[in-house]
Structure formats: C-alpha cells, structure tokens
Design a protein around this ligand. Sequence first.
Ligand SMILES: [Zn+2]
Ligand SMILES: [Zn+2]
Length: 433
Amino acid sequence: MEVSFLGAAKEVGRSAILLEGRKRILMDCGIKIVGQGEEYPLLEDRQIRSLDMAVISHAHLDHSCYTPALFARGYKGKAWMTKPTRDLVQLLLSDYLRIEKATHAYTEKDLGQMLKNVQVMEYERPQQNVTLFDSGHILGSAMTLVEDSGHRILYTADLNTRETRLLDGAKMGLQADTLIIESTYGSKADQHLSSKEIYASLVREVKETLDHHGFVIIPTFAIGRGQEILFTLENFLRSKLLPPTPVYIEGMIKKSLKIYRHNAIYLKDEVKRRILTSDDDPFKSTFYNIPSRKDRSDVFENDAAIIVTTSGMLNGGPVLFYLKKLGGDANSKVILVGYQSEGTRGRELLEGAKELDIDGEKVEIKMKVAQAKFSAHSDHKELTEFVKSIKGLKRVFIQHGEASKCEEFAEELGRKMKHVEVIAPNLGETIKI
Ligand SMILES: [Zn+2]
Ligand SMILES: [Zn+2]
C-alpha cells in the first residue's frame, strides 16, 4: 500500500492524499490560494483516470475546490461526501467561480458534472471500504477511514475535538494503524483559550462599544465561524448580558445559515432540541436582521448595531463597505475573530494601521480594533490527546500545517509515543506502508 502526499504537506492548502492499495482512493482535492494566484494538487492525468474513489472531507476550498477539475480531466467515478458538505460545496464553489479572475481551474459545466456525481455518505455507515466519522470542524465535516490491504488508515482532515455552540467535538478513540493528522495549531506554543474565556472576551468587547452607542463589525469566514459567532451573540442577547441590539447578517453567512438549518440533524442535540421542541428556534432569532435597503441606510438608523459579515481577513465582501463607512468613527469597533494572514487588511489592522487602502481609496481608521480568538481547529494539546486516543496505532503522518508546525508536532509526538513512527512528509512524497 502506498500513500502519496500531493498537497498540504508542510503547508496549508490544496489538501490531496492518494492511497494506492487494492483500490485507488483520493482523499480531498483542494486548492491553495497564494496572493492573486492558485496552486493545485500534484495530480497527473493518468492518476486521475485510474482513481476508484474521491472522498471529500468538508466544504472549505482548501479541501474541496479542485474536485470539479478531476471530472474535467477524465475522472469517471463519484465524489463521496456528506450531504451538508454537498450543499455547502455547491454554495462555495459557485461563489468561487463568480470571483473575477483571469483563469479558474474549471468551468461552471465541470462543477455541474461534479454535483451530478456526488454520492452522499452518512457518518459511521461504511460504503465500499470507506467510513466517515464526525470531525467536529464545520457542519458535515468528516474524518475518513479506509480499510485496504490489511491496513486501517484514518485521515482526520481538519479536526476540532472541542464541542462548540453548534457542533459536537470530533469522534475519539477510533481504531487505526495509520493516522494522517492535521497540524494547523501543532506547535507547543499553540494553546487556545477555553471556550468560556473566548465567549467572555467577545461579549466584553461588544458590550463596551454598545454602551458607547457605537457599531460593532465582526468580519468572519462565511462557513463555520460565522455561525458560531451568531449563536454566541444570540445567546448573550437572549440572556440579557448584552443590551437588546439588532444583529445584521451580511454576505454568504446568511446563505450558509440556511444550509445549517436544513441540515440540523448534523448539529448537536441541544440545538436540535431547541429547534424541535421550543418556540425559540435559534436560527430565527428576532435579533437577526438583513439590511433591507440597497444602500444599507437602514442599518445606520439604529443607535447601535452589530454587523456580522464576510470576509474574515477583510480581503473583500460587504465588510469593505462598513469599514469605509465606520472606519473614521472612534466610537465603533472591528473585532477580528480568526487568523489574519500576512498581507491582508486584517493583519494591517492588528499591526496598528491608521489608514487602509480600499478600492484605491485611503480610508482613515479611528475605530477601535479588538480580537476574540475563535478556532475551528484543535490546539497542540487537543491534537496530542486525539492521537493518544487512537487504538492499535503504528504510524502517524503529520500534514496541513506550516512546515515548522508539522516538524515540531512530529518531533514532540515521536518523543511522547516511542512505539509509534511519526513522519512529516514532504510535498509530493510517496511512502510505502
Ligand atoms: Zn476546514
Ligand atoms: Zn483545511
């Protein structure tokens, strides 16, 4: 049996792992966005044509976005994924194709071809020799277990072992001889705050601004974190820890919220119970609003408001409109809730920029800038606990992390688990097991 790391090896982006045993199975097929350009998995046409299955862990672009290109390049099989992943992929990839770019990896027609060939899988219901398990990362996200040639290979993809507002944590204690695990926060220095502390920091920052009759902008990814933020706000508004304030939902967050609601069976029991047995469906909170006028003037008729909007790193989306409008207002605040990578406006704000360049316009920043660190990935300690929970483990491959994180996590695990072989593979490397 051979395992090839065709992407996301000592990097984050273009996840793609090829298993070649009795069957040829591709696990994930994403893209990596680099500045204005894109990088793709190192897949050759002959490999694509000989694939038996392509299994997609979840809808984020770094795991799913290149899948339609498989069909464009001669793949004749199915795209296997959970139903929520199918729904979210449809939304995200259509949006990806709408963004103006010189070239995309494929066309609308190829996306249609892929959607026609989706084979929906449920958690813990084996099909062929593949079983999916909840990975706790976003709605419908899955770990993939492949049984082939006497091996049990478990691929975590993006992993969150912690319970969140909407989702249960990842399934622990599975049986596998080979584990392929992510390491986004694999460094020992990566220690998340407790959920309680994270929620408290968000509420503190929001409340301070509302008390001063300011507007709060929360830029976030549309899928996963956007819903966590909304549910956290709703919870604190309902329990009156925050004064009654309208929450405006912008961009793709409102569309993906609908998909979350449609797939409520994938949410944790507490949320399901609220939807089914009480009158306060958290998805239909009276605090939620959609701007009703094209120029969004209705938002500013309020004394104060909270705006939850894309994009998370301020690269584009409605957040730019709000920054232009509120950037100069010292009473207002932007709260960054996710990682801000180098070269983004979000990072500039964190580094204290007093001016932002938006659509060729210099926008003065007087508004406050704060941070509340939400995460949909496990930290170092949680990743280690997950590995230790696996039964019958012989080897671990570390991927989906910056090179330094992959290497540090591999070294650390190797030290702690002497009986297990730990490797951080290089991009394009094939390893026989
Ligand atoms: Zn993800
Ligand atoms: Zn990822």
